[in-house]
Design a protein around this ligand. Structure first.
Ligand code: C5P
Length: 247
């Protein structure tokens, strides 16, 4: 297996979501923190990391008309731009297709949620370093950044009654960028497509598809700054901590 380096790696920044939960009338990636879009911050972090010579950004389908500023941010960062799909997974597939169509020869991808716009470059480094490492279950082709879980977590049934309390010590909250060997990721996606719909629906992210395919998925340390901007409160935190006012 070729080892991961900037030359054979691409960062995929997923920015095609609607941002409904943020309560803004524009795509989440276009929401501004001190004058700059979330996408612009996300691209800055990815570029500063230096982990990849190639970058793809997925944008909403009608972006040329509805969010030209995102196209502009992506262009300025030297990224390929492609329309996202209906789901996050469909957007990942669109980005992988865009790399193939542009004949960009990459062996590894780091898939990043634009909503985690303030992810420090060190997280990218840790993910890239984990790829290709040896684990007790074989060579690592999937790496995810995680944080310890601070809340006690319960499982519940449809009536809202608690069915269990998993041990917090063993739980981790997952962040992005998530790193993959492209061939293994494509094989895992292919395998997911052959599953019955009800099983395929449960595979909500790429790492789950890799787990389901029996691949070891390595965790590395995430970072509190890599929080996902999802709610108005998250946006308030972002505006308080980052951009001009944080100087
Ligand atoms: O909706 P959620 O915050 O979970 O989305 C995670 C990331 O995936 C966001 O950065 C969003 O822009 C992106 N996404 C996408 N295409 C979709 C849905 C989400 O690129 N269809």
């Amino acid at each position: 297996m070729t080892s991961a380096s900037a030359a054979n790696t691409a960062v995929i920044v997923l920015a095609a979501g609607s941002g409904t939960r943020l309560g803004e009338p524009i795509p989440k990636a276009a929401v501004r923190v001190h004058g700059r879009t979330l996408l612009d911050y996300a691209l800055e972090g990815a570029l500063a990391s230096g982990v990849a010579e190639h970058m793809v950004v997925t944008v909403p389908v009608d972006c040329s008309a509805s969010c030209p500023e995102l196209m502009e941010d992506a262009r300025r960062a030297g990224a390929l731009i492609t329309a996202g799909g209906d789901t996050r997974t469909a957007s990942v597939v669109a980005a992988l297709d865009a790399l193939k169509d542009a004949q960009v020869p990459v062996d590894y991808v780091l898939i990043h949620d634009c909503a985690r716009a303030f992810t420090p470059p060190q997280v990218y480094h840790r993910v890239l370093e984990g790829l290709g490492s040896e684990s007790p279950q074989g060579v690592v082709r999937a790496v995810i950044p995680v944080l310890p879980v601070v809340d006690t977590v319960k499982t519940v049934d449809s009536a809202g009654l608690v069915t269990g309390t998993p041990s917090r010590a063993q739980m981790r909250a997952v962040q992005t960028p998530q790193g993959f060997e492209v061939a293994a990721l494509l094989a895992a996606h292919e395998r997911s497509r052959s599953l019955p719909a009800e099983e395929a629906e449960l595979l909500t992210d790429d790492a789950m598809a890799m787990e389901a395919a029996g691949e070891p998925v390595l965790t590395v340390a995430g970072d509190a700054d890599a929080f996902k901007v999802t709610t108005p409160m998250d946006l308030g935190v972002a505006r308080a901590l980052f951009g001009d006012s944080a100087a």
